[in-house]
Design a protein. Sequence first.
Length: 425
Amino acid sequence: MHTLDTIKLAIVGLGYVGLPLAVEFGKKRTVVGFDINSRRIAELQAGEDRTLETSAEELAAARHLSYTTEREALRECNVFIVTVPTPIDEFKRPDLTPLIKASETVGKVLKKGDIVIYESTVYPGCTEEDCVPVLEKFSGLKFNEDFFAGYSPERINPGDKEHRVTTIRKITSGSTPAVADLVDALYNEIVTVGTHKASTIRVAEAAKVIENTQRDVNIALINELAILFNRMGIDTEAVLQAAGSKWNFLPFRPGLVGGHCIGVDPYYLTHKAQSIGYHPEIILAGRRINDGMGAYVVAQLVKAMTRKRIQVDGARVLVLGLTFKENCPDLRNTRVVDIVDELKEYNCSVDVFDPWVDAEEARHEYGITPVAEPEAGAYDAVIVAVAHRQFREMGAAALRALGRSEHVLYDLKYVLPQELADLRL
């Protein structure tokens, strides 16, 4: 088996997770960064990261990092870290296609003694039950005799400049005790706050998938409370601020739950649970509540428009924000599209404005073409769906100026004080 000194590292997948990891390792050791997206590779070679997770200066500092789309360039490597997406399909089932394809790619260049480490979020057992057989098939090698595996789940928080790869404690694991030690030592080269070495790969997989399941269930509880308090005419934010005066009250807020983790990971766990004959009631109930929030928001908006005698059929509605969270360009699994789709069911004309998104990506992923600028005084309703810095800085007067003389301003993200918005979640 290899030692730290003999490791030749490859990062397979250079998105929100893989690139920051490759950059940090590339400051210290030779790294081959691989991605099947030739446009992505060309941009990185030019010193540009469209995800905005790494700056041009950080890319330049990774002096030992090279980029490629060529599988053969991986053949010189002996440790592979796989950081590809693990999405869900239209039926909310895990889609392992990127993970299996990446495993095929690595399997074709795998050699005796090599180690494959997965960072993609999966259900417990996936690495050894789904990925390892692919590696064996395409390499002709035997697991834990000829090659080994590890699992170290990503903890990237897109748009967060404080919690980075190096400053978030990393879970590590390996398929044998010796491999676990080596994987742990490898990550400790870049993670300044230390690591947590899990006892098995399955424990590490389970730890990752429950991190976001826990957040999902907690947000679902607050969303349900928001629906209840709205019916009672009580301001939810005021309630949460009051309850938050107790030291151990958890500061969750209601809202749309999207993104590559919180809105996806629970389905990986529930899929595995159902496959072994267990029906996870609380997790699925939380998912149902959170997946229904887009429809609830539009229903509230329609009621408010009706009360103001604003005709809903044919109304112009402006949605401010499309990304799944504030101050980042990440569109993955954004639930703002649920609002847009629901508004169209009411025959509304919807403009979406988001200064952070790539318009071509929005068109490709969701069939939505964001407007370059919203039209002043043109809208029957304005929804602040994402709390981007630009929207916070506009203030109530500028946001109101986007609406007609009679309009509804729905502040989903509490960017304004309660009395300055017509609706809050």
